[in-house]
Design a protein around this ligand. Structure first.
Ligand SMILES: [Zn+2]
Length: 302
């Protein structure tokens, strides 16, 4: 299972209909929270997402609409009796902010909170866990801001059933074949692993662009992605305002997905001045047909 669920698709202001940025990446039995705007923990409750399965939190940058929900969530996890460790990745100042808030309120978390700072000089792989690899890269925003690449590897080799049968390998041994082992037959023949298996199928890739101005230099990060999330704070006619504020338009997000050879695009971080989101979809699809508006409560399989 590899999917992303949208908890917030708005920018800047929380409204009753749309929430600031937050997403859940589900990787098998683990949940990863990607940004944590105000009200994120209420969105967990609304969409019945189990907080206990949360393992990692990634914060792209320190504009409030991407992290004002974090201290409330951490506090609630502690009140709910969480004991499993939790790791937060984010700009270095975030650790100071969290510690100051905990200290001022005399709060002692009941679980171990690990913090991993993200800085420009360390870009690249930041997490390797079971089936998942996460890397990060700087995007172009008013303050330091990072995008993330989530790659879920298939580590098991693929068994060729006819070949395995021809060499009379018992089904009970298949898990060893999938892990790459050879098979020693009783008659002395050593069946080499690559006679009866194929390499693991290609992994899946999700790329999250956080808040950014459009830049050709960012395209390679989305190369051959199965799913790309890109912000579209504005419609296509406001390209100038988008550039001034280090945000992107529909046309720009769709152009990036097209040039990167991505399979699918979802867009979000809409300016609160828009009530109807239909034009976002229409404008993106004119450039890149497989595009959707990221809807809160919707899960997109990667
Ligand atoms: Zn921002």
């Amino acid at each position: 299972m590899f999917a992303v669920t949208i908890l917030g698709n708005n920018s800047a202001l929380p409204t009753l209909e749309r929430h600031p940025t937050a997403q859940i990446v589900t990787c098998n039995d683990q949940l990863i929270l990607l940004d944590c705007g105000e009200g994120t923990q209420l969105q967990f409750a609304r969409y019945k997402i189990r907080r206990s399965r949360l393992r990692y939190i990634f914060i792209s940058h320190l504009h409030g609409d991407h992290y004002f929900g974090l201290i409330g969530l951490l506090n609630s996890l502690s009140l709910l009796g969480r004991q499993n460790p939790l790791t937060v990745f984010g700009p270095p100042e975030l650790e100071t902010i969290i510690q100051l808030q905990l200290q001022c309120s005399g709060t002692i978390l009941q679980f171990k909170l690990q913090f991993v700072p993200l800085t420009d000089d360390k870009q690249g792989v930041i997490l390797e866990d079971k089936d998942l690899t996460v890397s990060f890269f700087p995007v172009q925003h008013r303050i330091p801001c990072y995008g993330f690449v989530f790659e879920m590897q298939k580590r098991k080799r693929k068994i060729i059933p006819d070949q395995a049968k021809a060499y009379e390998i018992p089904a009970a041994y298949f898990s060893h074949l999938q892990a790459g082992a050879d098979y020693q037959r009783k008659d002395g023949l050593l069946v080499k692993n690559d006679w009866v298996t194929l390499p693991p199928p290609k992994g899946k890739k999700y790329v999250y662009f956080a808040d950014t101005a459009f830049s050709e230099s960012l395209i390679p990060y989305a190369n051959d992605a199965d799913l790309v999330y890109h912000e579209t704070t504005y419609l296509g006619d406001l390209a100038e305002r988008a550039a001034e504020r280090f945000h992107s338009t529909t046309v720009q997000a769709a152009t990036l997905a097209l040039k990167a050879g991505a399979l699918r695009l979802i867009v979000g971080h809409f300016s609160s001045k828009y009530t109807d989101l239909t034009p976002f979809e229409t404008e993106c699809r004119e450039v890149f047909p497989n595009a959707d508006v990221a809807m809160e409560g919707t899960s997109y399989i990667i």
